[in-house]
Design a protein around this ligand. Structure first.
Ligand SMILES: Cc1cc2nc3c(=O)[nH]c(=O)nc-3n(C[C@H](O)[C@H](O)[C@H](O)COP(=O)(O)O)c2cc1C
Length: 229
């Protein structure tokens, strides 16, 4: 019987993997001000000893307001980069497993409680909450605070945030980065048709969102490629 394909080498672009087992990014909701902690040294340390072909670090927000919760990981300033460097260096002492990082922005689904605290958006008077941003002012849940609709300046800043985070990831020695454009988070919000407009007023919002979709997702991917080494 031939070997199962799972245990045979493969490639993702220039990245060679010893086998096809990829550890998916898993938010730990255990960061402090966006900074990874000792928890992450332990968590990624043990996963890096597993023999998988690739280990993807959890969604790291490219801006503080892009975190799903106040306890999310980030890669948006020198403090978050230094904290992540500590984890990567600890893992690298013992493992040669390729490491990737997922870059993310939660958009209108940001500013929430951790899943085990219910995962709902925090009320505006909670000191751990913040104003969310999105393609339009449509909230995710009916009783969420409406997000701030990104304007041209906001979009430009967002693209810059993704590019800057990619530069930081490269500096940290990650072998790859993954853009999170699923699960209803910001890049997915630009692409989604779930929010089909029901009224003429909503149609105007939708038109703006579609324009943003072209303006945002494409340049993000492009700038991202230009940034990657
Ligand atoms: C605790 C936990 C954290 C997760 N964090 C992320 C994440 O950071 N990024 C992501 O894209 N998906 C995340 N996911 C989703 C998983 O990567 C995966 O898509 C999901 O669990 C479905 O795959 P499965 O059927 O193999 O479990 C998370 C899932 C769990 C259970």
């Amino acid at each position: 019987m031939s070997d199962p394909a799972l245990f045979t080498p493969t490639r993702i672009g220039a990245l060679e993997l010893e086998n096809r087992i990829v550890i998916a990014p898993m938010c730990q909701y255990s960061a402090e001000d966006g900074c990874l902690t000792d928890w992450h040294v332990m968590h990624y340390g043990q996963l890096a000893m597993s023999g998988a072909g690739l280990l993807i670090f959890e969604a790291a927000a490219v801006a503080p307001e892009g975190r799903i919760s106040w306890a999310d990981a980030g890669l948006y300033d020198d403090a978050t980069e230094t904290a992540m460097a500590r984890v990567v260096e600890a893992v690298r002492q013992w493992s040669t497993m390729p490491l990737a990082l997922q870059l993310a922005h939660a958009g209108r689904k940001a500013s929430c409680a951790q899943p085990w605290k219910g995962g709902q958006q925090l009320p505006g008077d909670d000191p751990r909450s913040w104003q969310t941003v999105a393609p339009s002012a449509l909230p995710f849940a009916a009783d969420d605070r409406p997000p701030l609709a990104l304007d041209a300046e906001g979009l430009k800043r967002l693209v810059g945030d993704f590019a800057e985070a990619a530069r930081r990831a490269a500096r940290l020695g990650f072998d790859a980065v993954e853009l999170h454009a699923a699960h209803g988070y910001l890049l997915h919000q630009f692409l989604s048709r779930c929010r089909t407009p029901a009224t003429i007023a909503m149609a105007a919002v939708w038109k703006t969102a579609c324009a943003c979709r072209l303006k945002c997702s494409a340049p993000c991917a492009l700038r991202f490629r230009q940034t990657a080494p």
